[in-house]
Ligand binder design. Structure first.
Ligand SMILES: C[S@@+](CC[C@H](N)C(=O)[O-])C[C@H]1O[C@@H](n2cnc3c(N)ncnc32)[C@H](O)[C@@H]1O
Length: 197
């Protein structure tokens, strides 16, 4: 498993572009923050919290959680937007989820970063944290040119697999290739809106 804490300590964070995911901005333009309910919204694997702050600027209470304490400490040092908070924790750990509930989850490069064997646990964790009718919305990094067994992270993700992994608990409401992307990710991402069954 990748030592995420060490990556942040060593400054080896090529995934961090210093700004929120362009597909998040596109999703907010298309659907508005109302899609995510009144909050709190959870951002698992939030890193330095760029997406967290954009969601908080929309007036939503937002919780960013990340395994890496250094990422969380840096996120807290950046200028706050509004009602956002950060926690060091493991989203896949039932103890972290105990007693929590969210009106939505925003996913961005956490799903593709975890070991593929843990994907079912990711979907189960998301399902546990959302009541029926609530939304799991995410931009999923697709790597169509990767061989299935190629080592990651990021690990290979396909749209078909996403629908299979989340389908037990979620209905797919919409999915599209975002027009807005970080340089180099154009055409390699998929935004999906899943509604909790
Ligand atoms: C590729 S990075 C993406 C970070 C951030 N979303 C971004 O785009 O800048 C993946 C992040 O997920 C975090 N992570 C991995 N597994 C996690 C888990 N089970 N619970 C919480 N965070 C996790 C890592 O520490 C890392 O910060």
């Amino acid at each position: 498993m990748r030592d995420w804490e060490k990556c942040y300590q060593d400054g080896e964070t090529p995934w961090d572009h210093g700004s929120a995911a362009p597909p998040l901005l596109e999703m907010l333009e298309r659907h508005g923050p109302g899609l995510l309910g009144d909050g709190p919204v959870l951002v698992p694997g939030c890193g330095l919290g760029h997406d967290v702050r954009v969601l908080a600027e929309c007036g939503l209470p937002v919780v960013g959680v990340d395994l890496a304490a250094t990422a969380v400490a840096r996120a807290r040092q950046l200028p706050a937007a509004r009602a956002e908070t950060y926690e060091t924790g493991d989203f896949l750990d039932p103890a972290w989820r105990q007693g929590r509930s969210f009106t939505a989850i925003w996913e961005h490069t956490c799903f593709c970063a975890i070991d593929p064997e843990l994907r079912q646990r990711y979907a189960e964790a998301a399902a546990e944290l959302l009541e029926s009718g609530r939304m799991l919305v995410g931009v999923f990094y697709l790597t169509p040119d990767m061989a299935p067994a190629e080592p990651g992270p990021p690990f290979r993700v396909s749209v078909a697999e996403l629908d299979e992994v989340f389908g037990r608990w979620f209905e797919l409401e919409a999915g599209w290739v975002p027009q807005r992307a970080y340089p180099g990710r154009e055409g390699r991402e998929w935004v999906a809106i899943y509604r909790r069954k």
